[in-house]
Design a protein around this ligand. Structure first.
Ligand SMILES: Nc1ncnc2c1ncn2[C@@H]1O[C@H](COP(=O)(O)OP(=O)(O)OP(=O)(O)O)[C@@H](O)[C@H]1O
Length: 330
């Protein structure tokens, strides 16, 4: 649905220039919620803004719903942008217009006539749960309600793609959850493809099907979450299941086991201790619902000889579990 191919973008010229995006390629499937994560300055905002050409890439192509956005002339680009809605961190609402007025404005801009505007704005406000606030002004609303208008406005042109630029970063955790829930609902009900950027792994965990990690303007990893969590060495998977540091005084080998799908229900650790006669210690554990599936990661200390550890790891792997040796015995 969105294809970003070998896109680079720099700001400034000469020795003072910054390469914000460096040969970025990403594929976002139709109907997916795709999250781009990365630290401050990684290039997330620049990347999302290239999708509707708020930033024009220096090189590379961007295709949205079969249309090569990067080669459209201005008039065609204006039309193409109607199918790409965008939600911003700081809402960007017009304070002089009511809730309804803000949504209708987005329809006015794309030439929808008065009657149709009223009926469509009503429908969208219903969808985002703000129908009873239609005559309120932005200043009278909470952050979460303001973001609901931001989302309603982005949906006005009946887009097939929604871009979300840190939509929940200015919100408290509970409001964040309700906005993420709303994103999921519109993704499902309107068959909307969502590309979001965030610096919060929780956002990815809660709503995304796929994710990419951006670092210094480059994509260092991308894929479906269900696949990433069973990919050895995946940094995104590690960030999805943070296990913290190895406790001081740990002397045995340390392994991380990732459980997903059916393996989450098996008594793996008890069996390991029994079959290999080792006193397994659990150093950390986390269970998450990722892309709708329960998955978890457990960090174990395996005391004993290197041979016992190797046999235990081989046994776990033979059961189809992802096992990573974090540290050999001290
Ligand atoms: N308009 C601009 N002019 C000059 N440099 C820019 C501009 N926009 C972005 N940059 C630079 O490009 C790099 C990537 O910035 P970008 O805002 O895309 O990162 P980000 O991952 O979104 O960061 P944050 O999470 O802090 O918003 C940074 O080094 C930034 O300073």
């Amino acid at each position: 649905m969105i294809s970003i191919s070998h896109v680079s973008k720099s700001f400034g010229v000469g020795s003072g220039s910054t390469l914000a995006l460096d040969d970025v390629s990403l594929e976002v499937g139709r109907g997916e919620i795709f999250g781009v994560v990365g630290q401050s300055g990684a290039g997330k905002s620049t990347l999302i803004r290239t999708v509707n050409l708020l930033e024009r890439p220096d090189v590379g192509t961007i295709t949205v719903d079969g249309r090569v956005i990067t080669s459209l002339a201005d008039r065609d680009l204006r039309i193409a942008r109607q199918s790409i809605g965008m939600v911003f961190q700081h809402f960007n609402l017009l304070s002089s217009r009511t809730v309804r007025g803000n949504v209708e404005l987005a329809l006015e801009v794309i030439g929808v006539d008065g009657r149709e505007r009223r009926s469509r704005a009503g429908e969208i406000l219903d969808l985002v749960g703000l129908a009873e606030k239609e005559n309120a002004y932005p200043a009278q609303l909470s952050g979460g309600q303001k973001q609901r208008i931001g989302i309603a406005r982005a949906l006005a042109g009946r887009p097939s793609v929604l871009l979300s630029d840190e939509a929940t970063s200015a919100l408290d955790p509970e409001t964040t959850r309700s906005i993420l829930e709303l994103l999921k609902t519109i993704n499902r009900e309107l068959d909307l493809t969502v590309l979001l950027i965030t610096h919060e792994m929780d956002v990815v965990k809660t709503v995304c099907d796929s994710a990419a990690l951006l670092e210094g303007g480059r994509v260092v990893e991308q894929g479906k979450l269900v696949e990433l969590i069973s990919t050895p060495g995946s940094r995104l998977a590690h960030d999805l299941f943070p296990l913290g540091d190895i406790p001081a005084g740990t002397t045995g080998a340390v392994v991380d086991i990732t459980f997903s799908g059916g393996s989450a229900d098996r008594p793996v650790i008890a069996q390991l201790a029994r079959d290999h006669a080792i006193d397994v210690s659990i150093l950390g554990a986390t269970i998450e619902t990722i892309a709708g599936n329960q998955a978890g990661r457990t960090r174990l200390e395996l005391p004993g000889s290197p041979q016992t550890t190797a046999a235990a790891i081989a046994d776990l792997r033979a059961q189809g579990l992802l096992v990573e040796l974090v540290r050999d015995a001290a």
